[in-house]
Design a binder for this molecule. Structure first.
Ligand code: UDP
Ligand code: MG
Length: 329
């Protein structure tokens, strides 16, 4: 988790971070395509595989990888910490001057790496890869993803580009700023956009998964969405205040009306329906507001505890340029 010495940093041009969780079926093919894509770059590349507590043969597959054209780092986390944590673990490890985050399942084509590096050479610090199509994803997934990006666009104080996933290139200085952020709630799509700098966007077609299954169900995605919104916006709290004010004002106006009515027309016993509506309505708004408060409070709790986002079991660097070939802890 410590920074790498400056001498080592300059030797490597590009670090490719690959979070892997139960990806044994795709690792070999991914690596072959990755090596093919970086071999013609005019500089050395390294692949940083993060094994996020896989329960299948992913780790063995990763250990077995080797190629002359690329250096390899393997970071084995002590258990499954989730993709956001796995990416953070990778970012803390980078030695390259440019960094690319990519999924192992070949949904993000490695063949685009050359173009991304080219953009970086032109002076861009961030190359966002925007999905012009999402193949192999259900209509519901596309719809909910779209809705999320819309809501996020309205709420977030940091502009977060639509339909840009974690697949992107970032320059070394941007990574250093992100690594220095102390926050524990790591909503990466937000954090990666937060530093700003000179950004560009490239369109690409997202392929279907090569094999295996997505690790995200709707429950997890909903959690990620709430993490994202609460990390990048306090507007829901403002919304709760507004809703509360409107309800309170309506109650006051309604109260005045009831008093006047009683004074003018005398007391009546009727009013059960309006009473129920008022009680249920107010109760609902109160619960909603408490829920929103709770979401933020829960996150403050997590930040205050300041537990690490991940624990590393082992780090292995297979460095082709060094004499013994491998073995650094
Ligand atoms: N992943 C991970 N830890 C997890 C879940 C996923 O490292 O707990 C990795 C996974 O191996 C893959 C990437 O994150 O390389 C994207 O996961 P997936 O393809 O399941 O997500 P989707 O493409 O469906 O959004
Ligand atoms: Mg995928």
């Amino acid at each position: 988790m410590t920074a790498t010495p400056a001498t080592e940093q300059s030797a490597i041009l590009l670090s490719v971070i690959v979070p892997c969780y139960n990806e044994e079926e795709v690792i070999d093919q991914f690596f072959a395509r990755l090596v093919d894509s970086v071999k013609n770059l005019d500089g050395r590349s390294e692949a940083i595989f993060i094994d996020d507590g896989s329960k299948d043969g992913t780790l063995d597959k990763i250990f077995a990888l080797s190629a002359d054209q690329i250096d390899i780092q393997v970071v084995q986390l002590s258990r499954n910490f989730g993709k956001e944590a796995a990416m953070s673990a990778g970012l803390a490890q980078v030695r390259g001057q440019a960094v690319i985050l990519i999924d192992a399942d070949l949904q993000d084509p490695p063949e685009l790496i050359g173009e991304m590096v080219e953009k970086w050479r032109q002076g861009f610090d961030v190359v966002n890869m925007q999905r012009s199509s999402r193949q192999g994803e259900t209509a519901l997934k596309k719809f909910t993803a779209n809705m999320f990006y819309k809501v996020m666009g309205h709420l977030s104080e940091t502009p977060i580009p639509q339909n840009v996933g974690d697949f992107r290139l970032l320059s070394r200085r941007v990574i250093e700023h992100i690594n220095a952020l102390p926050e524990k709630n790591r909503y990466m799509k937000g954090l990666l956009s937060w530093p700003g700098f000179n950004q560009t966007t490239v369109q690409f077609e997202r392929d279907p998964r090569l094999a295996g299954e997505t690790k995200w169900n709707y429950g997890k995605l909903f959690g990620l969405a709430i993490d994202g919104i609460t990390a990048f916006s306090t507007k829901p709290l403002r919304l709760a205040s507004w809703a509360g004010s409107i309800v309170a004002l309506s109650a006051f106006v309604y109260g005045v009306w009831i008093v006047l009515k009683t004074m003018l027309f005398g007391e009546t016993v009727a009013g059960y329906p309006s009473l129920m509506v008022a009680i249920l309505g107010l109760g609902g708004v109160q619960l909603l507001a408490i829920g929103i408060l709770g979401e933020y409070l829960g996150r403050v709790f997590v930040e205050v505890k300041a537990r690490p986002n991940y624990l590393i079991d082992k780090t292995i660097i297979k460095d082709n340029s060094s004499t013994d070939g491998k073995g650094n802890q």
